[in-house]
Design a binder for this molecule. Sequence first.
Ligand code: NAG
Length: 147
Amino acid sequence: MAKIILSILLVCLIATVMMVSADPAPFKQCMSNGVFFPQSLDITPAKPKAGDTLVAVATGTVSATVPSGILYADIYLSGVRLFEFTYDLCKSVSGGCPITPGTKAITIQNSIPSFAFPGTYNTVASAYADASKTKEIACVSFNFTIA
Ligand SMILES: *[C@@H]1O[C@H](CO)[C@@H](O)[C@H](O)[C@H]1NC(C)=O
């Protein structure tokens, strides 16, 4: 009997974990000669609503040391840029700066305004090694839909 209850609890637990954890989301690498090669993208929550905090984590490989950087997230709806968010790349990348070669996760997090229209938003997250936006080092593009 205890074993049955335990198995039921375990099944519930696994089901809960599967519901909470984000599904890998489709993405595109939008530059070819960067130093960060994204392998997977997780977006939480998977079905965001206006007012939610959206967290996108891109995991991939860094091929060269980068002293510091700036990360921009441009958000478009129907081709029109609605927002540009700026992040300190050193605070967004796992392990901080200098960014060393190896497997790294880059996290961007933002709250979706409560007045955001439903629709599919395109995000272009691009990282630069300098503030003048000349040395691009990474670019990942992905979509999320607000119901
Ligand atoms: C995002 O949506 C646009 C417009 O529908 C599409 O062209 C693009 O391929 C999508 N990007 C991804 C990563 O799925």
